[in-house]
Design a protein around this ligand. Structure first.
Ligand SMILES: CC(C)(COP(=O)(O)OP(=O)(O)OC[C@H]1O[C@@H](n2cnc3c(N)ncnc32)[C@H](O)[C@@H]1OP(=O)(O)O)[C@@H](O)C(=O)NCCC(=O)NCCS
Length: 177
């Protein structure tokens, strides 16, 4: 069942992805990114029962149209379950007007309500700190073996304000890292 939320900024209602939204999610990712890699990643994650958590696939809407998307999938920090944020995507015609932020805030709130504690993201350095993310290095969370990621792009968030686990991040296999 879809979970509806009031728009965080009055403009972008959000809801969890429903059974009929698979094509819309793919369309958003194909529109937002230069290649199909992110859309294919989402579809690959859907096939991974350990990684795909349907209630953590969130859409921001404009009228009847889904225009923004934010996903959390299962990852681990060391042996501790955590969540990986991304892809996050907004159709080009709707970017920079709050739809991405609305989808991200909504999916983070869903995770917090579900009792999840840790979220990590690898993304644009200027964007994610506004949601409370800070460098993973500050928590002793390290990239996968062989990866050297910029400190300001590899970020983590405590959903309950508590201490985060430390250790090496292990993404779902679909991420290929
Ligand atoms: C990144 C993205 C999800 C943000 O959603 P959005 O609705 O456009 O952004 P919001 O209105 O919530 O926030 C605005 C911020 O988004 C960022 N942003 C806007 N357009 C962007 C773009 N095309 N690419 C990357 N970041 C962008 C800017 O940092 C902007 O910052 P500001 O508030 O200081 O001006 C969306 O722009 C997008 O899909 N970009 C292309 C795909 C992408 O790069 N995804 C993120 C991978 S980490």
């Amino acid at each position: 069942m879809s979970r509806m939320s009031e728009p965080s900024d009055g403009r972008w209602p959000t809801r969890t992805e429903g059974p009929d939204d698979v094509a819309a999610v793919r369309r958003i990712n194909l529109g937002a990114f230069e290649t199909a890699a992110e859309a294919d990643l989402v579809d690959a994650l859907r096939q991974d029962e350990a990684a795909w958590l349907p209630r953590f696939s969130c859409l921001a809407t404009a009228g009847d149209d889904a225009v923004g998307f934010a996903l959390l999938s299962r990852c681990h920090v060391g042996d501790t379950p955590a969540l990986a944020l991304g892809p996050c995507a907004v159709l080009p015609g709707h970017q920079s007007r709050g739809a991405g932020s609305a989808a991200i805030r909504s999916v983070l709130e869903s995770a917090r309500e579900a009792g999840e504690r840790t979220v990590v993201v690898l993304g644009h350095p200027p964007y994610y700190p506004r949601f409370g993310f800070t460098p993973c290095s500050g928590f002793g969370i390290t990239p996968p073996p062989g990866q050297e990621w910029p400190d300001d792009a590899f970020l983590a968030l405590s959903l309950d304000g508590g201490e985060l686990p430390s250790g090496t991040i292990r993404y779902a296999p679909a991420f290929g890292v």
